[in-house]
Design a protein around this ligand. Structure first.
Ligand code: THU
Length: 136
């Protein structure tokens, strides 16, 4: 089973969310989707702002929505992040810091564009991270 077959529904939902990206400045469209243990799919897209730093990335939109619905990291089975770029997009640094807190360390992060797919995890994307263990 390749990445596409196992995560087809999740990837389809992330690509559908990408269509809702609000990206008039970069024109770079990103979609994401969180899948929970109970099978719920929670989409997110990148939402830009004229004050550029206030832009919200797609994966943060999706995972904040999941938490807003009451889900927590142990409820999340996978997250897909897709873009319309020619290079496979990996989460930005800010999103990695958010994901290291809100996802379990080995939860599959499925990256895709139209050409390729890759499965990774936040443990791989953000080693030696600063977490709640440092401050609690
Ligand atoms: N973007 C995301 O949505 N996720 C990432 O991890 C990388 C960047 C968005 C932010 C901005 O709207 C556009 O991509 C270009 O940086």
């Amino acid at each position: 089973m390749n990445v596409n077959e196992q995560y087809q529904e999740l990837l389809d939902a992330a690509f559908a969310a990408m269509q809702h990206a609000y990206a008039p400045y970069s024109r770079y469209h990103v979609g994401a989707c969180v899948k929970t243990k109970d099978g719920t799919l929670i989409p997110g897209a990148n939402i830009e702002n004229a004050s550029f730093g206030l832009t919200n990335c797609a994966e943060r939109s999706a995972i904040f929505a999941a938490y807003s619905m009451g889900y927590r990291r142990e409820d999340i089975v996978a997250i897909a992040i897709v873009s319309d770029g020619t290079k496979l997009a990996a989460p930005c640094g800010a999103c990695r810091q958010v994901l290291v807190e809100l996802l379990q360390q080995d939860t599959p992060i499925v990256l895709s564009n139209k050409q390729e797919q890759k499965i990774t995890s936040i443990a791989e994307l953000l080693p030696m991270s600063f977490t709640s263990e440092d401050v609690l």
